[in-house]
Design a protein around this ligand. Structure first.
Ligand code: GRF
Length: 208
């Protein structure tokens, strides 16, 4: 592994389609995200379509299918893998991209401030599952997407970047999801780049 001190080693965690993962890998290839080396894509599902995309980008993939394991019992497999790959905590970034398991407190503490996620709403509105459906049902006129640091809560960590999109009267969860997704692909890579360059002010006074 390269010893370049400016290089960040990236692990991406997915469960499905992998379109955000693709956007991140494309942004690395095109130089929108600088000094980042994709090291591994980890999935909790063998049928995640994103795995094939990762392979096309030449990024190694690992699947941990034993989803019956809870909390750290599952996550320790990932931590051990990252250790085995020689990925040092000081130069590691973990991006969740449609990863559908809740991470254990131990995992989050081990990689504090180094795990990012993208969520399809303007947090703190509509955390958790089906955010776009929640937005439609509530009747909001604006929703969007948020890149945030993962902390121990559900979608409660520090916000790094957001994009608002209009919600129209005739929107369904599907049409709204599609409109938001386009922006997810834009802001996730940008947020990664800006975060790694220290360009985003984080309000550490934030209360949950
Ligand atoms: C995205 O909408 C993301 O915001 C949410 O899960 C979805 C993943 O989509 N966390 P994809 O797998 O990146 O295509």
């Amino acid at each position: 592994m390269s010893e370049d001190l400016n290089l960040t080693h990236l692990a991406i965690m997915i469960s499905g389609r992998g379109s955000n993962m693709r956007a991140i890998l494309e942004a690395i290839q095109s130089g929108i995200v600088e000094n980042v080396l994709p090291e591994i894509v980890i999935s909790n599902r063998a049928d995640a379509a994103g795995l094939e995309i990762a392979k096309k980008f030449g990024v190694p993939t690992v699947v941990f299918q034993n989803n019956e394991l809870r909390g750290w019992a599952y996550d320790v497999q990932i931590a051990n893998l990252l250790d085995d790959l020689g990925l040092k905590r000081s130069s590691l970034l973990i991006c969740l991209a449609g990863y559908m398991r809740i991470l254990s407190k131990q995992f989050i503490q081990k990689y504090r401030m180094q795990i990012l996620n993208i969520h399809p709403s303007l947090l703190p509105s509509f955390p958790g599952l089906d955010a776009q459906n929640q937005a439609i049902k509530y009747g909001v006129k604006v929703s969007g997407c948020t890149v945030h640091i993962v902390d121990e809560g559900v979608d409660t960590g520090w916000i790094l970047m957001q994009k608002a999109v209009q919600v129209y009267d005739n929107d369904t969860a599907e049409t709204l999801s599609a409109r938001i997704l386009k922006w997810e692909h834009m802001i996730y890579p940008k947020a990664i780049n800006s975060y790694l360059k220290g360009k985003i002010k984080i309000n550490r006074e934030k209360t949950a």
